[in-house]
Each structure stands twice: as C-alpha cells, then as structure tokens.
Design a protein around this ligand. Structure first.
Ligand code: SF4
Ligand code: SF4
Length: 105
C-alpha cells in the first residue's frame, strides 16, 4: 500500500530525468522535467545532432529523453551549440515553451 501512495506521489509531481556524466573538466547533464514536458517534439526537431527522442516512460506518459547513444558524450555533441564566450541558451532550451530542459553547463 505504501508503494502505491509513493508511486501516486511521483506521478502527481512528475520527476526530473537527468542524462549525462561528470568528468575532470566538469558536469555535463541535460535535465528534463517530465512534469513540464508535453511531448511536443520541438526539441527533437530543432536539435542538429538528433539528441532527443520521444518515448513512453514508466508511467505511460509521452516525454522527451536524451538518446542513450549520446548521453555519455554530451560535452562534444552539444559543443557547436555553445559559445565559448558569453552564456547563451542553446536551441533546445530556447524552443521549449514549458522550460522543461535545463543544461548543467
Ligand atoms: S520541447 Fe520541451 S515540452 Fe516539447 S518535447 Fe521537448 S522537452 Fe518536452
Ligand atoms: S545543445 Fe544543441 S546539440 Fe545539444 S541537445 Fe541542445 S540543440 Fe541538441
């Protein structure tokens, strides 16, 4: 019974899915707030490196996720979108109307 209530709590509030890794040079994670994600697929369409896909999660919701094939290589895959000087949000962050995507670097 306790498991049921915990699962309902998670469903009610969604969860943050983190994809990426840390190494000696820093933390390279893309976080997707599945409660905010409406599976519009704009991030899929705008990403030049095919980083995102839309999947059905463990709670039968359609959500964006980072492909497993690039999750351990994000620093390099996303490098061309990130200016060396001056902070600027990359295309995937800018296109997301619900602000579901956050990059750690
Ligand atoms: S653009 Fe945002 S809301 Fe749309 S699928 Fe991507 S993460 Fe989800
Ligand atoms: S930073 Fe660029 S390459 Fe990386 S996920 Fe976003 S749009 Fe795709």
């Amino acid at each position: 019974m306790l498991d049921f209530f915990i699962k309902r709590l998670i469903i009610s509030f969604g969860y943050i899915a983190n994809y990426g890794y840390s190494d000696a040079s820093g933390d390279y994670y893309i976080s997707i707030d599945t409660d905010k994600c409406n599976a519009c697929a704009k991030c899929v369409d705008v990403c030049p490196k095919n980083v995102y896909e839309i999947v059905t999660d463990d709670y039968d919701d359609q959500v964006a996720k980072v492909r497993d094939t690039v999750a351990k290589d994000l620093k390099y895959v996303c490098g061309p979108c990130k200016p060396v000087h001056g902070a600027a949000d990359p295309p995937c962050v800018l296109c997301c109307a619900t602000a579901a995507i956050v990059h750690s670097w």
